[in-house]
Ligand binder design. Structure first.
Ligand code: ADP
Length: 468
């Protein structure tokens, strides 16, 4: 298959050539018709003039005035009586005769004039007019008046040469122009092909340079760049996910492996084997949770989660979560209080919002010593809902605050529980809902503030992973 630019040029040149040839043919035919019409009109005018002079001079001994009339112009003139006698013959004919064919003679007899192309002196092309002269409806004489066609023929010959030479030159120039224009139009496509060839998994960030965004090629390049950006994000997410998984699973797997090796080396009692299995099960559970959390933030399709957003009764959801976590505070003797404004509805995913609230309230309970308080409040804000979760716990050192939302970050004072993904997931969920989250802390406790918009107009989805 030929390249598009060649096919486009072929079509363009083909249509252009046919149009140009037809136009040249039309022009030539039109001009030659016009010239012949003018010649005929001139002949007829001259014939009428000569007829009048002839009728006037008929009775005179010579046709002086008629000779004078014809002197300046190179017309041939002959006048005959109807029985074929030559009554007048112009000097430029010498002894030659203008031939009268039967069709023209028939016309003369019927009182009609006719035109014909005739060859005189063997090679002179002339335009001849066969003209009846008569009075009272009777033809008494007839005239043959002829004009040489050399000038007209020369002009038409020149015109045909110009058209025959110019047409192919114009076609060649147009073809060259067509190739150049098609080449220019297709150049951005070449750039897209070259960029696409260079792109591999490692350099998905490479973009096609777009000169104009409004034309079809610009839009194609823009769509291609958007696709590359999405691929880059998906690829980053996958790379990040694999990195995190291998990093997180390495330590527990090493611990499990050495535990199994030690147990296998020495003979153990059934109770000791059982103890090992229980600790292995705990590790496996922990690993499963880590993988689930990583899967959620790394590989979830944010666009489809947003597409499934429904109205969530945030007031009811907070009360439900507090109720669900009530068991933890009873265990620890922490007071969990709440000030929840009723009837606050936000667009979102109920399961994910519950997960975010649980993570923060759970942390607050975890880091708050017995006898202290954790409070949860929900109020209406300017743009939506405002949730504040405050505790009287150990607090977070100022320098740690910017890091607590990072993946796998665990504070210095954190105990053995947790794997540093809880707040990362919270941030991911809140941003997915178009909201914000911030934390302030003193030695007297920590306070998290979450803002959730009440309208479903959300900013474009952030990449499938969070900043680490
Ligand atoms: P983890 O699940 O390991 O607790 P998170 O992401 O939930 O991880 O929290 C990250 C770190 O933030 C914790 O290790 C802890 O140091 C700190 N942190 C979170 N919430 C609180 C809180 N309410 N009080 C004090 N420190 C907190």
């Amino acid at each position: 298959m030929l390249p598009i630019r060649i096919r486009l040029t072929f079509w363009y040149v083909g249509i252009f050539s046919i149009t140009l040839i037809l136009y040249s043919m039309f022009l030539f035919t039109f001009v030659s018709h016009k010239i012949m019409n003018n010649t005929d009109r001139e002949l007829l005018a001259e014939a009428k003039e000569s007829r009048d002079i002839f009728l006037e001079e008929m009775t005179k001994p010579s046709f002086e005035e008629l000779d004078e009339e014809l002197r300046g112009i190179n017309y041939y003139l002959q006048i005959y009586s109807m029985d074929g006698r030559s009554l007048y013959s112009s000097a430029n004919l010498y002894n030659a005769e203008l031939p009268v064919d039967t069709v023209s003679f028939k016309g003369i007899r019927e009182g009609r004039h006719t035109f014909r192309d005739v060859t005189l002196f063997r090679h002179t092309e002339v335009r001849a007019l066969f003209y009846p002269i008569g009075s009272g409806g009777t033809t008494r004489y007839y005239m043959v008046i002829a004009m040489p066609l050399s000038e007209q023929q020369a002009f038409l010959h020149m015109l045909s040469i110009i058209l025959t030479l110019v047409t192919p030159i114009v076609i060649i120039v147009a073809s060259w122009g067509g190739i150049v224009i098609a080449g220019r139009a297709m150049k951005p496509v070449d750039e897209i092909i070259e960029t696409a060839k260079r792109i591999e998994a490692g350099n998905l960030a490479e973009q096609i340079k777009i000169k104009t965004h409004n034309d079809e090629i610009g839009k194609l390049a823009g769509t291609f760049n958007d696709m590359l950006m999405r691929l880059q994000k998906a690829f980053d997410s996958l790379a990040n996910f694999s990195q995190n998984v291998s990093h997180e699973l390495k330590t527990p797997l090493t611990v499990m492996k050495s535990g199994i090796e030690i147990t296998m080396r020495e003979k153990k009692s059934a109770a000791e084997y059982r103890e090992l299995l229980v600790s292995l099960l705990e590790e496996v559970d922990q690993m499963t949770r880590t993988i689930d959390d990583l899967l959620l933030t790394s590989l979830s399709d944010t666009a489809s989660i947003r597409a499934s957003f429904a109205s969530v009764d945030l007031s009811g959801l907070i009360l439900q979560t507090i109720d669900f976590l009530g068991i933890l505070v009873t265990d620890k003797d922490v007071v969990l209080e709440h000030h929840v404004h009723g009837g606050i509805i936000v667009p979102g995913n109920e399961r994910l919002l519950k997960r975010a609230l649980s993570n923060i309230i759970d942390n607050a309970i975890k880091f708050t010593p017995s006898g202290k308080r954790v409070s949860v409040s929900l109020a209406k804000g300017d743009k939506g809902a405002v949730i504040v979760i405050s505790d009287q716990g150990i607090g977070i050192p100022e320098e740690e605050i910017p890091k607590i939302f990072d993946r796998f970050y665990r504070g210095k004072s954190a105990n053995s529980e947790g794997h540093g993904l809880g707040l990362n997931i919270v941030k991911w969920i809140i941003e997915l809902h178009g909201g914000t989250i911030s934390a302030v802390s003193t030695s007297g406790g920590t306070s998290f503030t979450i803002g959730l918009p009440s309208s479903s107009t959300l900013p474009p989805p952030s990449p499938g992973k969070l900043s680490c």
